[in-house]
Structures are given as C-alpha cells and as structure tokens.
Design a protein around this ligand. Structure first.
Ligand code: PEP
Ligand code: CO
Length: 391
C-alpha cells in the first residue's frame, strides 16, 4: 500500500534507526543455522493481528514480553530445540483488508486499516486516512523497542525478542531503510524481519522491488493457490543469491485444503532448489464470520492444520521449522474451543482484537503441544494425504 506522501518518507529518513544492525545480522545468522541444523532450532512468531498504538505503554509491552518468553520456554522444553522468538510487535500497525468498506447499524464507512493508517473508532473522522499517522507509528515502534530492550536488560534475560511486521506501507519501510556503514548493504532498520502478506505478492509491484533491495530476513505468506511461475519468480527475486534461511515461507492453507496444496508447494520449491525455511501459520486459512459479522476461528481447525502440515513435511522429507500465531496475553474469547458448527453458540464476551481473532494463553499452549506430540493423525486424514502425495 502506498499512501503517496513522500514528504513523510523524507522525514523518516532523518530519524534514528529503531533496531540495531547487529541484531538483524544475528537473526539472519541464526536462520541460516536453522536451515543447516533444523534439529536444533524452531521459530515462534507471535503477537497481535493489528497492534494498537496504545500498546506501546511500558506495562503492556512487558506483559507481552513475559507471555511470549513463557511460550518460547515451553516450546523449548517440548521440542528440546532452541526457540527463535519473533514478535508481531513494534510496527504491526497496518493491515491489508479484503473489503474497503464496513457497515454498522446502517452506516457505511471506510474499513479500519491499522493504527498507522486510520482510527478504529466508527466515525467518519476516525476512519479517514491520515498520513501523519505513519510518523506516529515510528514513535510508538521506537518506544516499544526501548521497553523491550530495558525489560530484557533489567530481568537479565538471555533470549532475544526479535521484532517483525507485515511489509505494507512502503513509505514507512523505505523511510527506515539505510545503507550499512560497515557492509554497504541496505537494511530495513524498522524491524529485524518483515514479511510479505498473501495479498501483496504482485511480482511487478513496488513492494517486491523494495523487498528485493534489503538484506533483512524476509517472510512470505502462502495461501491456497497453485504454486505457479510467478510464485517461483518471486522466490528468485527475493533471494537471487540463494542465501540459506533468508526466506521463511509461512503456509496458511486452512485445515481443509492443506493436504491438497502443501505437497504441490513443497514439490515446486524443491525443484527450484531454493533454500527456504518452512513455517506454518495455522490462523489465516481458518477464519470465518458468524452471523453478526464477527470474525472467528476454531482451535480445532488450528490444531488440525498444524498436525497435517507437520505430517506432510515429514512424509516429504522437508522440515517444519516454525509456527506463526496471532495471540493475546489476555484470556480473550476470540477463537472458539469447539467446532465451527457450534460457533454461533459460543460466548464472545472478551473480544478486543481490532482485526483477526487471537488465541488466548491456554489455546496457545494447546497449539504448541501439537509440535511436541509429533504428527499423529486420524487414519482417514492420513489416507487423504497419501493420495495427494502420490499425484
Ligand atoms: C496477517 O498476518 O495478519 C495477514 C493479513 O495474513 P495473510 O497475509 O496471510 O492473510
Ligand atoms: Co491477521
């Protein structure tokens, strides 16, 4: 998304970097190690779907850090691997949206696109796009990183909390891009890693041109479509030197479709000999709306997508190296614990997400446990997958 306010980009170019170059390089190195020694590392990328500006308050940042670290530690115990912790934090302020308008009680207004772009409140004024919010986003992201650093230092925590956001508002990402004084390479200093959303993958678009110019590790979301030539060209463009682990693919195919598309995607990437890391985002392929328009997800679908994804990688000789979750440290009721057919009956009395439904801490623990148990599947699902693998 380009807001076309180049003045803002110029102003950002004058500002201090948000993250340190050494930490970006540290993440790049550890991801290369993950590619080379997959038995030693696993990625946990976790955080809000849409991060509100108000969450840059120190007490909230610390609660998030506590929660993310606790989940990473639990996963380390389960897997006996070092967990690389990446927050969807300190910049996850812009959202791609399927519908551009939203109707409430007969009134139709532009949809909320994240605090970097407009306000959540449902009024004409709040929903107007305001490019000055990009500068505000910088200030909030900078405070969040300062709070994370001071928390890690004060509590003497050894693990790093890397930061990430979706690459969407080009003025923001380009405005925080600098050439390293030491390596003369370009880095995006707004986050350690950024990812390309499933809806921003236009090969000839400016987003891809930008991402191919920076040396941060890059994530790519992959939805349930055939892995066509554009997809393969995208991988070539983003990693022409085939640096191991520079790209992490996050498949978000949905519990019902993963067995159809994942084998094809894996085959295509294998043929290309592109050294990627494989992660699963079990959230974004499993979203549906209930009658009142609320977006929800069932934990049962989320668990199934994790298990099926792990099973297919095992069968195809590739390694699942990470999981990408939308989650809250609070006990929100945004994802349901029952199946889709009971969705209307659930209570959604603690729904504070401004975009997609997040897992609460108990639900995150259930998801992480699936990676401990290994891919155990019901025989009928196994049979379905076996058929697809033979095609
Ligand atoms: C997201 O991560 O919030 C998102 C919009 O994902 P996707 O691009 O996979 O739909
Ligand atoms: Co989301």
């Amino acid at each position: 998304m380009i807001i076309e306010n180049f003045e803002i980009e110029q102003q950002l170019l004058q500002k201090q970097a948000i993250v340190k170059e050494n930490d970006i390089k540290c993440l790049s190195n550890i991801l290369t190690q993950t590619f080379q020694y997959p038995e030693n590392y696993f990625i946990l990328q976790i955080g809000d779907c849409a991060e509100p500006f108000k969450d840059s308050a120190i007490d909230i940042v610390e609660k998030k850090c506590d929660f993310y670290l606790q989940m990473a530690n639990m996963l380390e115990v389960y897997l006996q691997k070092e967990v690389i912790l990446i927050g969807r934090i300190a910049g996850q302020y812009a959202k791609p949206r399927t519908d551009s308008l939203e109707t409430q009680k007969g009134q139709t207004l532009p949809v909320y696109r994240g605090d970097m772009i407009n306000e959540f409140e449902f009024t004409t004024k709040s929903r107007q796009i305001d490019s000055n919010r990009i500068l505000e986003a910088y200030t909030h992201a900078k405070s969040v990183v300062t709070h994370i650093d001071s928390y890690i230092f004060r509590k003497n925590i050894e693990k790093k909390i890397f930061t990430s956001h979706e690459a969407l508002v080009l003025e923001y990402d380009r405005g925080l891009t600098r050439t390293s004084q030491t390596s003369l390479k370009k880095f995006n200093y707004s986050a350690h890693t950024i990812w390309l959303g499933n809806r921003s993958r236009d090969l000839n678009g400016p987003q891809i041109e930008y991402l191919s110019s920076v040396h941060n590790p890059i994530g790519i979301k992959i939805g349930p479509t055939e892995p066509n030539q554009d997809f393969l060209d995208l991988l070539e463009r983003l990693n022409p030197n085939r640096i191991e682990g520079k790209i992490y693919l996050m498949t978000r195919l949905g519990a019902n479709l993963v067995h159809i598309y994942l084998p094809k995607i894996i085959k295509a990437v294998k043929q290309l000999k592109m050294p990627v890391l494989w992660c699963v985002d079990p959230m974004h392929g499993n979203t549906f709306k209930i009658k009142n328009g609320l977006k929800v997800r069932s934990i049962l679908d989320i668990l199934d997508e994790c298990k099926i994804t792990a099973y297919i990688h095992k069968k195809m000789g590739t390694c699942l190296s990470g999981v990408h979750l939308e989650a809250s440290y609070e006990h929100v009721s945004e994802c349901i614990n029952t199946s889709k057919s009971h969705a209307e009956l659930e209570k959604y009395d603690y729904y504070t997400s401004m975009c997609d439904p997040r897992l609460n801490p108990d639900q995150v623990k259930r998801v992480l446990k699936t990676f401990k148990a290994g891919p155990i599947l019901k025989p009928n699902i196994q049979n379905n997958i076996t058929k697809e693998l033979l095609i």
